[in-house]
Design a protein around this ligand. Structure first.
Ligand SMILES: [Zn+2]
Length: 226
């Protein structure tokens, strides 16, 4: 009788240990995966990548924080309608709509589609938020150089500003921003030509995970050149 008890206890102990190990592995995978995705998203490309975001928006304490607004992923048609109604600001100071060029479908190195537009402007020209939202991520990559990922107010979209010369002082992740707010300055960081400073600007429809580093590209040209 006592021996059976002992065996049962031993079995139970093993089960608890196994459960503990699988739980720890699961937690580890959940922690590592986003970093791996992020690395994949930024390696090996020449032009800045189509948009992205921390899906799990982290608070300053590092604890996961739920997005402020939960919105279902709109269809592409709905997404374009919504963005049209937002009346996005041309993000480079002093550039009129007539000066914009649609380079969204251009091919770039490695046969990658551009998925963005390049807005040419002298180095140091002000870069401003296209609409209200929050700073999702300040990120430096080989291709994009100094970049900003901004969420729209519903966290359904992200706006990506790349090749910046520098950020406006005090700019921080999770900071709310208003349409027209100064974010940084045009430059040629990353893979932009030194002689042709410009803002590489992209828009992405985010998935329900609100991951700043991925999304479906939307052509900014018709939304800005209206
Ligand atoms: Zn570009």
């Amino acid at each position: 009788m006592r021996r059976i008890d002992r065996r049962r206890r031993e079995r139970l102990r093993r089960r608890v240990v196994n459960f503990g190990i699988s739980f720890a592995l699961g937690a580890l995978a959940a922690t590592l995966l986003p970093h791996r995705l992020q690395r994949q998203a930024t390696s090996g490309s020449i032009e800045p990548l189509p948009i992205a975001t921390t899906g799990a928006v982290e608070s300053s304490t590092g604890a996961p924080r739920a997005p402020a607004v939960e919105a279902a992923t709109p269809s592409m048609g709905e997404a374009i309608d919504v963005l049209t109604s937002r009346n996005l600001l041309i993000p480079v100071e002093g550039v009129p709509a007539t000066q914009l060029r649609d380079t969204f479908n251009d091919s770039r190195a490695l046969r990658r589609r551009h998925d963005a537009i390049d807005i040419m402007a002298p180095r140091g020209t002000e870069v401003r938020a296209v609409e209200d939202g929050t700073i999702a991520k300040l990120f430096t990559s080989k291709a994009g150089g100094l970049t900003i990922y901004q969420f729209d107010p519903t966290q359904a979209f992200s706006y990506y500003y790349a090749h910046l010369d520098h950020y406006v002082s005090g700019l921080a992740e999770h900071q709310p921003v208003r349409r027209g707010q100064l974010l940084g300055y045009v430059g040629s960081t990353g893979n932009a030509s030194e002689n042709a400073p410009h803002l590489h600007f992209a828009i992405a429809r985010l998935g329900t995970d609100r991951a700043w580093w991925k999304g479906d590209p939307i052509n900014p040209y018709p939304l800005l050149a209206k």
